[in-house]
Design a protein around this ligand. Structure first.
Ligand code: KG4
Ligand code: ZN
Length: 332
């Protein structure tokens, strides 16, 4: 079955064609990074307007490999920015109606967790999912394509958001994750001892806003005696990732899960991949993450999960709304 996926939850306009939830025929992504970089973060109104301009050309390009019309349209209906989501959902409804094909609503965070299906590396159920992006920091137990139960999440900032805010403060540009990733590789992660929030909280939740404040306070206090920026970036990264690595392994052990899938933009991070890989290997846990282009926002993951949900009987009506707080495993 040929599925058109549409993704506009944040600042990437993306459309993709995926066959049977497995084979990617196209995956077109138009990034808005240049529009938002001078603000140091995504400006919702600018994002929504940019989706309006970008989406139709992106869909047209994604459809190029298709012989006829797709047989299903899958769209991210949430969570995300309301104006951005509305652009994708409106386009998806119009296309599904004009082609006379069914429509399926996909949860963006769930789509990240199933992205390895497109590379043939998705483990069997159940598995643990770690979704770390600019908007989400979540640990979940995944028992099926429509059964993802959150077991831990951030109580404030998302992990990628912390990278972006710290990078903005350090004048490193936007998005901050890739820059800090590169810079930290040259720095000393033990140069500054930043707090590991909630490390001993006894649950699987996270808190990252205090770490950002600790970096700002430290830099203001140190003034001209501050260590090299690479050392500060590396020290921030060590503090942020240590809690994520430890709690992910703990989640697997507590839930008796032998596989963990990591997704979302921060899953591109080299230190996180290496560190979590090492700790998982030591416990006999299999760690899976997709290629970088399938970690960051893309419509192929939406089409892939949409196909599975369709197979399970899910259909969205043409009055489909957007869900800025789409609940995992429930609203479809
Ligand atoms: O999944 P994504 O494309 O969009 C959201 O759903 O949020 O993730 C974007 C986030 C940004 O915060 C960005 O700074 C972060 O992922 N990111 C990284 C890296 N690449 C992207 N964070 C750390 N290291 C990276 N290499
Ligand atoms: Zn995302």
């Amino acid at each position: 079955m040929l599925v058109l996926g549409i993704e506009t939850s944040c600042d990437e306009s993306s459309a993709a064609l995926v066959s049977d939830g497995l084979e990617t025929l196209s995956n077109v992504v138009a990034s808005q990074v240049d529009l938002h970089s001078s603000y140091g973060g995504v400006v919702p109104e600018i994002a929504a307007r940019a989706h309006v301009e970008a989406l139709i050309p992106v869909v047209k390009e994604a459809l190029e490999p298709a012989d006829g019309a797709p047989e299903l349209v899958a769209v991210t209906a949430g969570p995300g920015l309301v104006g951005s989501l509305a652009v994708g959902v409106s386009a998806a409804k119009g296309l599904a109606w004009s082609w006379g094909v069914p429509l399926v609503a996909v949860n963006h965070v769930e789509a990240h967790a199933f992205a390895p299906a497109l590379e043939g590396t998705l483990p069997g159920f159940p598995f643990c999912a770690l979704v770390v992006s600019g908007g989400h920091t979540l640990l979940a137990e995944v028992r099926g394509y429509d059964d993802m139960r959150p077991v831990g999440q951030t109580l404030d900032d998302a992990l990628g958001e912390a990278y972006d805010k710290v990078a903005k403060f350090l004048d490193l540009g936007y998005p901050g994750g890739p820059v800090i990733d590169r810079l930290a590789a040259e720095g000393d992660g033990a140069a500054v001892e930043f707090p590991r929030a909630m490390m001993t909280s006894g649950d699987l939740n996270f808190s990252l806003s205090g770490l950002k404040t600790a970096v700002i306070r430290y830099m203001r206090g140190a003034g001209e005696h501050a260590p090299a920026v690479a050392d500060v970036a590396a020290s921030f990264q060590e503090a942020a990732l240590e809690v994520v690595v430890k709690k992910t392994v703990r989640a697997c052990l507590e839930l008796g899960l032998r596989d963990v899938v990591m997704g979302g933009g921060v899953a591109c991070n080299r230190r996180l991949r290496d560190w979590l890989g090492e700790k998982c290997a030591a416990e006999g846990i299999n760690l899976v993450y997709p290629s970088p282009e399938l970690c960051t926002d893309n419509a192929a993951m939406v089409a892939a999960l949409g196909y599975r949900l369709y197979e399970l009987g899910y259909r969205a009506a043409l009055d489909l709304d957007v869900y800025t707080n789409f609940r995992l495993g429930t609203d479809h």
